[in-house]
Write a protein that binds this ligand. Sequence first.
Ligand SMILES: C[S@@+](CC[C@H](N)C(=O)[O-])C[C@H]1O[C@@H](n2cnc3c(N)ncnc32)[C@H](O)[C@@H]1O
Length: 523
Amino acid sequence: MSTKSRHRKKNKSRSRSQSVISENVVDNIKEEQFQDGPKFEVKVSEIMGRYIVSKKDIRPGEVILSEEPLVIGHCTGCKVQCLGCYKCLEAEKSFVNLDVKNAAGRCAARNVPVSRDASVTRTWECAVLQETKSSSFLDYADLESVRFHLQAIVPLRCLLLKSTDPTTYNAIMDMESHDEIRKHIPEVWNGDQTNVVDRIIKDWGLTEFTEEEVHTICGILEVNCFEIGQQGVNIRGLYPTAFLLAHDCVPNTNHNDEETNYKLTIRASTKIPLGYPITLSYAYTLQLHVRCSDPTELGTYSGALICPKCKTGLVLSDQPLKPESSWSCKDKSGKCPGYSIPARSMKLLLHRITQEVEQIDLNGIEAMEAFLSKYRNVLHPTHYLCLGIKVSLSQLYGKINGYLIYELSNKILERKRDVCMEILRVLDVIEPGYTRIRGVTLYLTACSDDDPPHERHGIRVVLQERIKDETKRNNEVPNRGADYTQLRTPNVPRGYHGKSRQRGPVANQRLGENCWKIPITLK
Ligand SMILES: C[S@@+](CC[C@H](N)C(=O)[O-])C[C@H]1O[C@@H](n2cnc3c(N)ncnc32)[C@H](O)[C@@H]1O
């Protein structure tokens, strides 16, 4: 099971404290879902629109709602994925050989991508694709172009519901699309025009739909979809009720989707008192930087850099709510002569470092440690880029060949423990309560959530066991050694911090601690 984040709305995000709660209750919750009635009700705020609040005190771990999607399909920015099972097919040789009939990777009848395991005849839109000959536009010699075509599949699925299932279509059309805002963002609006609107109406000839209607569907998908899917299958889904959850940088729920039917279950991660908004984070919490108005990000410093002038002060945003704001050293000791960097230079610097992170091999423990060492004088230790790497390290130490738990030296075990504790300290602030990542990290440190934070040092138990064992071994021969199998890590997706990583060598070793000195040219 994977925990995924919802697409974050980029253009209008305000804090909960700004919301004005109206007494209107929208009565669209399926009461039969819970024996003792729904645990939430819908309210309307002038700022947030509809959102849900708890109708009773909810305990951590309690299921708040569980439902199947109205529609699912390829994400924007998808790979060439099967229309039925969404498996990535880009490695299929048959794509480049258009003479191969019935080859896996391409459906001979409709020319659309289909895996060996899934039949495209089961997908809703196949008849339409066949009738409109839309798949004749697919050029498998140019996979990039095929990817763009696939972006129109979910909008098409939504539009087809208009005649096949008008109730579901109306439920979808009742969601927010933010058309008025999106119209003024050319890269969004024009991208949708080319990749979806023109594709469906002009290329595929489905003239029964208006441009306005297709744009609205694009907006609805962008604002309300959840990213779902597991094991490298990245797709998006629209859910009938879950879309109502408001965003909070420190959410009080977590969610997961099931592998076969993509059923989404939302659980409370903390106690949610009666009448309190039920929230989730629209972005991965570990990647959210600049948490509303607080430049310290609630004291986690997950966006902070270390000042290149005084070497100790932290460089934070001067006005976190303004993306164009400069960043400067906030040293209060008087040691710093003053340091400031414009927003664009900061963005470029982070872009460069992010690219470097993305080059690190998914199992590259040494490369990850080298990255942390290289940037130790540049990025705060809990900067989101370092934290992402540390989440990977916490899972890799003890898990991969050459670093299996019983092979780890005391020093590396201590490193694993320290990394886990650092992650837990940040999670205590930004993702409190019962969440999957907390569970995994606690497991990795072999400690319990009941332990007070300063006593979370389960690996110490292992170290003590080992010392005892080694002492014993010195006295009693032969000895088969301590049994560390209990400490095997659960099967968690690699790089769980949610960032997909490319394989390849760690690039740009030259940057390192001197990266602040590299001239940053702005266009
Ligand atoms: C997925 S929809 C949530 C349901 C929506 N409020 C409705 O009435 O259909 C996401 C939209 O809700 C609003 N929203 C959600 N959380 C918010 C927050 N914390 N502050 C301001 N607006 C929020 C934004 O307009 C956002 O684009």
